[in-house]
Design a protein around this ligand. Structure first.
Ligand SMILES: Cc1ncc(C[n+]2csc(CCOP(=O)(O)OP(=O)(O)O)c2C)c(N)n1
Ligand SMILES: [Mg+2]
Length: 594
């Protein structure tokens, strides 16, 4: 049988180094399914339960490997399902290519079954590159451009393939004539370094300042050594945006941890006390957690010139790679001989970790979620990969988990969508079957889609050399993060109709799938549950019955927020428990050394 457009598309993707494509079938991509079969597993189609999950898995693959992630869906409904996962990738700058089927070319414009204007639909999410193929000779350059642009721009691109075109005979090399495109494979990231004068200027700002704060994001991922050297020279503390949590280990004494609403107190103190801010590879959005305008001098390093000076008015904007730019900057920096600022930061960090431990040990009804994360943190095996879902899990992941060198972690940083916890973990496990992977998710997110994707895990886990795929479900029967937002930001009581979740036996469900299910409703059982999970010979679900009244308080709480909060809890059906728990936490925070 002659090679079809679909076969050629997969072959071209394989030549780009794509060996796995997450997707779900439908008649818009039937020709591709035959082509996958003929491709003999390279690339392999990983069958998911919902196209949005395929996009999340492709995004997880991209985030954890740095390579392009690819997903495929049928025309109409399948394509539409992809969107939220693709937006997650776009907003977090993960390179993802979506291949989407379309109805037959002859039917387009005829209000045909499942006909959706896909170019328009994908025009926003894949605005850097979205095209529909209408001639077999286009396929080579559409694939080449979609992959290259996704990698170069760190974004989402999309190729739409009508189903009749996909079954036409492939044209591997367009004829050599006017009006044809002759593209090739390959992409290497360039070395981007700012101008010498700008580096000098940045060094002057940092050398003239006395209290330097650094904020690093995922853009600093390959610059850990340089970030540490810079922080050492400048006597700086380093805060991490959530997507940059794995950039530096949490056991370094000058790393203040996460920043923002889910952040830590030492990060807050670092930003409020500094006289210079050095931001590296981050677009952390919340300006109120950065120094007040004019209070600190600013230097920013970012590879994307569009992203500089949009969170804080910087004095020097360095457009360049984090690693290369810091390497060029380092010889120009003078070591700060007065280490008192650094010592203050280290004391704050030390006190914070003590506080975190004390908070985790507080009694709750029945289990304090912080304890679940702290006990896991102590036991994390080497090379662990963690994902967290949007919800209170993101708070405890941000604050209670101490990532060590060599570990990876991610979540939906910018879209902050519910749902990626389990599918990111699946993407991680396919990419690194030998590494233990942990998905930390709420019961709401698990009910939304995580539980369905465990069926995908049931289908594939036996091929993973390390079977440790561990899902933590925070069983609090509540959409807790939003419940606290209602209380603290709107001043409203918990609205039970929207917030209370139906009960469900999560651990028993895992057992149904052939996994190990561990239900924990006693604080003393938390540590042993993790030991058991880590020793398991199959995927594990740890169902922790946690107390929804433990507040994921911001690192500081404004008077206005506190006032609204108190007004709300007075009218809240659970108010007794709320007041007791939050007061204890607040007291712990306010009285150091207690
Ligand atoms: C797709 C989507 N829908 C709604 C939200 C708003 N939201 C953010 S966190 C959250 C609650 C999550 O509840 P759960 O998963 O049970 O975690 P918990 O906070 O209870 O630990 C909601 C509804 C969102 N971020 N994404
Ligand atoms: Mg919940």
């Amino acid at each position: 049988m002659a090679e079809l457009v679909a076969d050629f598309t997969l072959k071209r993707l394989r030549d780009w180094g794509v060996h796995r494509i997450y997707g779900y079938p439908g008649d818009g991509i039937n020709a591709f399914l035959g082509a996958f079969d003929r491709a003999g597993g390279d690339p392999e189609l990983i069958q998911v339960r919902h196209e949005e999950m395929a996009a999340f898995m492709a995004c997880g693959h991209a985030k954890f490997t740095g390579d392009v992630g690819v997903c495929i869906a049928t025309s109409g409904p399948g394509a539409i399902h992809l969107l939220n996962g693709l937006y997650d990738a776009k907003l977090d700058h993960a390179p993802v290519v979506a291949i989407v089927g379309q109805q037959a070319m002859a039917s387009l414009g005829g209000s045909y079954q499942q006909e959706v204007d896909l170019v328009t639909l994908f025009k926003d999410v894949a605005h850097e590159f979205v095209h529909m193929a209408t001639d077999p000779a286009q396929m080579r350059h559409l694939v080449d451009r979609a992959v290259r642009i996704a990698l170069d721009q760190r974004t989402v691109t999309c190729i739409i393939v009508p189903n009749d075109l996909a079954s036409e005979k492939a044209v591997e090399a367009p004829p050599r004539k006017h009006g044809t495109i002759h593209s090739g494979i390959g992409y290497s990231r360039p070395k981007v370094v700012p101008e010498e004068g700008d580096l000098e200027h940045a060094a002057t700002v940092l050398n003239e300042s006395e209290k330097v704060a650094m904020l690093v994001g995922q853009g600093a991922t390959h610059a850990a050594d340089e970030v540490v050297q810079t922080a050492e020279l400048l006597g700086a503390g380093v805060a991490k945006a959530l997507l940059g949590k794995a950039v530096l280990p949490d056991d370094l004494p000058f790393v203040t941890g996460s920043i923002g609403l889910l952040g830590t107190k030492p990060s807050w103190e670092l930003m409020m006390g500094c006289d210079a801010l050095l931001m590296v590879g981050s677009s952390f959005p919340y300006s109120e957690f950065l120094p007040a305008e004019g209070k600190a001098r600013g230097v920013q390093i970012d590879l994307d010139g569009r992203m500089v000076s949009i969170r804080y008015p910087m004095e020097v904007n360095l457009v360049g790679d984090a690693k290369e730019t810091l390497q060029a900057l380092l010889p120009k920096l003078q070591r700060k001989e007065d280490r008192s600022w650094r010592e203050e930061i280290e004391r704050n960090v030390h006190d914070w970790w003590e506080l975190i431990e004390r908070r985790a040990e507080l009694d709750a009804d029945p289990v304090n979620p912080q304890r679940v994360f702290s006990e896991l943190s102590k036991r994390l095996p080497e090379g662990a990969i963690l994902t967290a879902d949007s919800g209170s899990a993101a708070n405890w992941y941000a604050r209670n988990i101490k990532l060590r060198k060599g570990m990876l972690g991610s979540l939906s940083g910018t879209l902050a969508t519910m749902g990626p916890g389990v599918p990111y973990a699946i993407g991680a496990k396919f990419a690194y079957p030998e590494r233990p992977v942990f998905a930390l998710v709420g019961d709401g997110a698990f009910q939304m889609n995580g539980m369905n994707e465990l069926i995908t895990v049931a289908k594939y886990w036996e091929r993973w050399s390390d079977p440790r795929f561990v899902v933590l479900v925070l069983h609090n029967n509540d959409l807790n993060q939003v419940t606290w937002e209602q209380r603290a930001m709107e001043g409203d009581p918990k609205y039970e109709a929207s917030q209370v979740l139906p009960d469900f036996p999560y651990a028993r469900y895992a057992e149904l799938l052939g996994f190990k299910g561990i239900r924990v409703d006693d604080p003393a059982a938390v540590g042993p549950a993790w030991d058991e999970a880590l020793a398991a010979d199959r995927p594990v679900l740890v169902e922790a019955v946690t107390d929804p009244e433990v507040p994921p308080l911001p690192p500081h709480i404004t008077l206005e927020e506190a006032r609204k909060f108190m007004r709300a809890v007075r009218h809240d059906p659970d108010r007794g428990a709320v007041i007791k728990e939050s007061f204890r936490q607040k007291i712990e925070e306010l009285i150091p050394g207690r």
